[in-house]
Design a protein around this ligand. Sequence first.
Ligand SMILES: Cc1ncc(COP(=O)(O)O)c(C=O)c1O
Length: 367
Amino acid sequence: MNIPFLSFTGQNNLVEEEIRAAFERVFQNKWYILGKEVSDFEKAYATYNKVQHCIGVGNGLDALHLALKALDIGEGDEVIVPSNTFIATWLAISQVKATIVPVEPDRLTYNLDPHLIEAAITPKTKAIMPVHLYGQACQMDAIMQIAGKHNLFVIEDNAQAQGCAYNEQLTGSFGHINATSFYPTKNLGAYGDAGALTTSDANLAHKVNLLRNYGSEKKYYNEVIGLNSRLDELQAAFLSVKLKYLNGWIDERRKIAEAYDEQLDGISELILPAIASGAMHVYHLYVVRSSKRDALEKHLNNHGIGTGIHYPVPAHLQKAYSHLGYQKGDFPIAEELAETCLSLPLNPGMSDEEIEYVCKTIKKFYA
Ligand SMILES: Cc1ncc(COP(=O)(O)O)c(C=O)c1O
């Protein structure tokens, strides 16, 4: 059997006709930037998230960057961020020249450990950026409480968790302003780069609206120094089609994860995903951990099963951040995750036989 780590086939088959119709509509309308498709999608995504405003932008990194800019966070300010996240969360802080303050995750859920946050707060701290990693919601009640107590902003990085919830409230609706990515592999993915911010603060929404478009509301009149990072009409039209299917795809992802949980249970050397109380998991990724990760990965690949590693090098040990002077051992949990994590194939449309084959192949490895 051949099971790719990533497959768009199941999703594409379902939406093909509607996507072609959306393309045709945008093509014929001859309006390609900041038009009705973008504003329709922004309305739909805000409604889906139960927030007042959504602002479509070019990608997830820009969304994080624009969130920090809208909050006037910059040089001299400190931002708390997980030690184990995709590099973009760190890059956004670097882009505004603020100081990255990494905090270790919980060893079981891989999400920011709320117990470690307060020790990292100083008079310079301006914001906390929780990342709902792999699709599991962070402990948002504790995080919001700490932020309230210390008068800090919260910016959720919801790139991996569209449609997720904590205590029934959707992620991307807790923070003052929140960012997401519609990179094609995401649970809600475009057919190219795309991203968005969500907020219920009209002032912040207005600021991002200016900042994403050269700092301008009226053409050729610039109020602030902005960037060019706009969701385009085509991607917005595609995303409007796919948004209608998101909850169904999440259900499918959760069912596949449940099957993995059941069939892989009892392998003592394999650590399966753990869910924190109150948190939902939408399984952007199904990540297991093994001390024999590299050998297990090779075994699966040799049997035709694709895998991923999210992520092989923690941000503090990346060459790009060598100037911060971190050493191996500074963030041991992030480092341990990098050495042991392995993502299994999980795609809407995956068959029971495929899931069984993956599990049997893993069992064979440990037998
Ligand atoms: C957690 C996280 N944050 C930010 C991003 C950046 O999104 P983009 O690739 O759209 O810039 C991604 C994914 O790519 C991500 O996984």
